[in-house]
Design a protein around this ligand. Structure first.
Ligand code: F6P
Ligand code: MN
Length: 269
């Protein structure tokens, strides 16, 4: 078993998914490069699109047979670049239905996998998916004692309001509940790891792209998540996404904390 560029142990399934998706993407002829959470470099192709992917999201859930996902960001510029250069994003949920949730810049839609005469294909299932404004669920990664103060305060307040905790350790699965029920998902800035755990290109920006197109908001606590410009492929960022009013409320707590500590607000916040 190897280790990926973020220092995480790679399961055989991670490597299998990475190779299968990279090969399939390049074989379309539409792709200029594929970057992945599981590769230090990029795979090049003859096309125009720059793809960043997390081929198997939540791989710590493989051995427990809990939900897994895949995430894809499609960019119009050489990677690494900010989410402002995204032209489409998609994520796959491997649940009772295999679903692709995606946006190409307009509304958020889904395709589901169907089997007919022994062949698997995809049919268009939903359009115009919106994040409910009345929030019901939240998920926040990391240890509570390691959360920075605005996150601690915010989560206590969500709990007081009766919002339910939903956290399974797969970004795609946990986020998908937020998209469907309304609420917020975060993998926050930690005291021990201020830039969090999730990768800008492979995870954060694609999910932010879908969130914004579903009428929600996505932030790193100081600026819009889609403005975060990584300087290397596997750079991480704090992530807060979901129902707009909640994300803005948390942004407010971060900005108050910065004002109190005398730190100037960052550009875009
Ligand atoms: O890809 C990283 C990841 O597996 C995400 O899918 C998930 O949100 C997070 O890590 C879970 O991390 P933790 O085990 O710290 O809760
Ligand atoms: Mn992941």
């Amino acid at each position: 078993m190897g280790v990926n560029p973020s220092g995480e142990r790679q399961a055989e399934t991670d490597v299998f998914a990475n190779d299968a998706f990279a090969t399939a993407l390049v074989s379309t002829g539409k792709v200029a490069e594929v970057a992945s959470e599981e590769m230090a470099g990029v795979v090049r192709g003859p096309g125009q699109l720059h793809v960043a992917m997390d081929p198997l999201d939540g791989s710590s859930n493989i051995s427990t047979n809990n939900p897994l996902g895949s995430i894809f960001g499609f960019y119009s510029a050489e990677l690494p670049c900010s989410g402002q250069r995204m032209v489409a994003a998609a994520y796959v949920t491997y649940g009772p239905l295999l679903t692709i949730t995606f946006s190409t810049g307009g509304e958020v839609c889904t395709f589901v996998a169907v089997e007919e005469s022994g062949t698997t294909g995809f049919v268009h299932y939903e359009s115009g998916i919106r994040i409910p404004e009345k929030p019901e669920v939240y998920g926040m990664g990391g240890l509570r004692k390691d959360w920075v103060e605005p996150v601690q305060k915010f989560v206590s307040s969500l709990e007081e309001r009766g919002m339910k905790l939903r956290y399974g350790g797969t970004f795609v699965g946990d986020y998908n509940q937020v998209l469907r029920y309304g609420g917020i998902f975060g993998y926050p800035s930690l005291i021990s790891k201020p830039k969090g755990k999730l990768r800008v290109l492979f995870e954060a920006a694609p999910m932010a792209y879908v969130t914004v197109r579903a009428g929600g908001a996505a932030s790193d606590g100081a600026q819009e998540l889609l403005l975060v410009a990584p300087s290397k492929l596997a750079e991480t960022t704090p992530v807060y996404l979901g129902t707009k009013s909640l994300v803005r409320e948390l942004d407010g707590l971060f900005s108050a904390a910065r004002a109190e500590s005398g730190t100037a607000p960052r550009e875009g916040s």
